[in-house]
Design a protein around this ligand. Structure first.
Ligand code: AMP
Length: 175
C-alpha cells in the first residue's frame, strides 16, 4: 500500500514557499491509517518499549494508536501552559524566535524504555527538545518514529548523530 499517495501537499501554507505535508488525508483513510500505525510500530514489537511519548498535536493521534499496538502507556508532550500538573519545559528554536514544549515532571520513571513519535521531522528542532525532556526525566530513549522525513532539512541525521535511531515511513525531497 502506497501511504505517500495519501499525504496531501498544500503549497504556500502556512506561508509562501512552504510545501505543507498534510497527514489529515492519511489519518482519514481507514486502511491507510491502520497500515501507517502498523508500520510505525513494527520495528518495536519486541523492543520492550514501556512508554510512547507523542508531541502535540499530530503526535498524539499517532502516538496513542502506536501505544495501543505495543501495549504501553502514552505520555504527551504539550505546548507551553497546557499541562495541568507540575511540568518541566524545554526551549527550541523556530525560524523566527523560540518556543517551549513541556512534560509532566512525573511522566516517566528513571530508566523507563521510551519510544518518541511525531508526524514529521524537518530540522529536528522539535524532536531534539523532546529528546532533552525525556533525558531530563531519566527516560531511556530507544528510538524515534515519524511518518514523514524531510531529509534535506537534516533532522533525522541530527538525531542519529546523537545516538537516537530514527524510523521513518516516507521522505519528501526539498522543504
Ligand atoms: P522541525 O522542528 O523543524 O523538525 O519541525 C517539525 C514539526 O513541524 C512537526 O511537528 C511538523 O508537524 C511540523 N512541520 C514542519 N515542517 C512541515 C511541513 N513541511 N509540513 C507539515 N508539517 C511540518
Amino acid at each position: 500500500m502506497d501511504l505517500k499517495q495519501l499525504v496531501r501537499t498544500i503549497p504556500d501554507y502556512p506561508k509562501p514557499g512552504i510545501l505543507f505535508r498534510d497527514v489529515t488525508t492519511l489519518f482519514g483513510h481507514a486502511e491507510g491509517f491502520r497500515e501507517c500505525i502498523a508500520r510505525l510500530a513494527a520495528p518495536y514489537r519486541d523492543a520492550g518499549v514501556e512508554a510512547v511519548v507523542g508531541i502535540e498535536a499530530r503526535g498524539f493521534i499517532l502516538g496513542g494508536a502506536v501505544a495501543d499496538r505495543l501495549g504501553t502507556g502514552f505520555v504527551p508532550i504539550r505546548k507551553r501552559g497546557k499541562l495541568p500538573a507540575k511540568a518541566i519545559g524545554q526551549d527550541y528554536e523556530l525560524e523566527y524566535g523560540v518556543d517551549v514544549i513541556e512534560m509532566h515532571e512525573d511522566a516517566l520513571r528513571p530508566g523507563e524504555r521510551v519510544l518518541l513519535v511525531d508526524d514529521l521531522i524537518a530540522t529536528g528542532g522539535t524532536a531534539m527538545a523532546a529528546v532533552k525532556l525525556i533525558a531530563r526525566l531519566g527516560g531511556n530513549l530507544l528510538g524515534a518514529a515519524f511518518v514523514i522525513d524531510l531529509p534535506d532539512l537534516g533532522g533525522a541525521r541530527k538525531l542519529e548523530a546523537e545516538g537516537i535511531p530514527c524510523h521513518t515511513l516516507m521522505a519528501f525531497e526539498g522543504d
